[in-house]
Structures are given as structure tokens and as C-alpha cells.
Design a protein around this ligand. Structure first.
Ligand code: HEM
Length: 128
């Protein structure tokens, strides 16, 4: 179980880093500095996100959680898919700025939802 706690903290560290790197790239684009795409900032988020998801699936494998029984986890995975899709579009230079802005807002809202579900694990609806 100590092992589980250590992996969970690593997962959390990657989660905070992932959010920071995403917001940082959005801010650089907003400041008219798209050159981060020619720096390590291009690859670093992918490496971190791969680690984040590997740790997530390891926690699932060794912990008590099941996506179909624990609603917070099932919805977290759904929100993750939306966050990946809208996050990708928000950073896509070929899209128009208003489209990217809407995508950025949606991605950030879903990211907030992911953190909320992970932290509070609410029961969203009662199945009879
Ligand atoms: C952007 C993606 C993700 C973020 C930001 C994120 C964030 C977090 C955070 C902050 C926690 C700690 C909650 C707490 O106890 O305070 C956590 C725990 C956890 N996450 Fe994630 N997570 C992400 C993706 C995933 C995915 C895809 C899965 C499953 C496939 C997953 C499975 C878990 C599990 C099993 C725990 C441990 C719950 C516990 O033992 O309390 N996470 N996550």
C-alpha cells in the first residue's frame, strides 16, 4: 500500500505539471510567442503526459478502483478524452483564434472537472 501512495503522489505531481505546461503554452501563444514549438516545451508535455497516464493505469491495476463502479473515475476518463481533444485544438496554429479560444476554455473547464472528480470523488447519480 505504501507503494500505491508513492505512485499516487507521482501521478499527482505529473497532473500538476501537465496543467502547468498546458496553461504555460496557452499563455505563450496569447503573448504572441509561438516559438516554444521550437524548444523542449514541444516534447516535454508529451513525455510528462505519457508518464501521467502510465501511472494512472498502474493505480487502476493495483488499487481498488473500477471505472464502471466508481462514477468519479468513469467520468474522469470521459473528461480526459475531451481535454485531450480540445487541448490539442487550442494549441493548433492553423485554427482561427476565436475557435482556439473556445477550445482553450472548454479544455480548461474539463481539466478543472478532472481535478474536482479526482479530489472529491462525488457520487454523481444514484443507480437503483
Ligand atoms: C489529465 C489527467 C489527469 C489528472 C489531471 C489527474 C489528477 C489526479 C489527482 C490530482 C489525483 C489525486 C486525488 C487526491 O487524492 O487528492 C488523482 C488520483 C487518481 N487518478 Fe488521476 N488524473 C488524471 C488522469 C487519470 C486517468 C486517465 C486515470 C485512470 C485511467 C486516473 C486514475 C486515478 C486514480 C486511480 C487515482 C487515485 C485515487 C485515490 O487513490 O484516491 N487518473 N488523479
Amino acid at each position: 500500500m505504501e507503494y500505491y501512495v508513492l505512485l499516487k503522489h507521482l501521478h499527482m505531481l505529473c497532473a500538476y505539471l501537465s496543467a502547468t505546461l498546458f496553461i504555460g503554452r496557452l499563455l505563450l501563444d496569447m503573448a504572441g510567442k509561438p516559438n516554444w514549438r521550437q524548444s523542449p516545451l514541444r516534447r516535454l508535455p508529451h513525455i510528462n503526459d505519457t508518464l501521467l497516464l502510465s501511472l494512472a493505469f498502474t493505480l487502476l491495476a493495483i488499487g481498488p478502483w473500477q471505472p464502471f463502479s466508481h462514477q468519479w473515475l468513469g467520468f474522469k476518463i470521459l473528461l480526459l478524452l475531451g481535454y485531450i481533444m480540445f487541448g490539442f485544438a487550442a494549441l493548433k496554429q492553423s485554427l482561427a483564434v476565436p475557435t482556439r479560444t473556445i477550445c482553450a476554455v472548454l479544455a480548461l473547464a474539463q481539466l478543472a472537472g478532472i481535478f474536482y472528480l479526482a479530489r472529491f470523488k462525488p457520487v454523481l447519480f444514484v443507480l437503483s
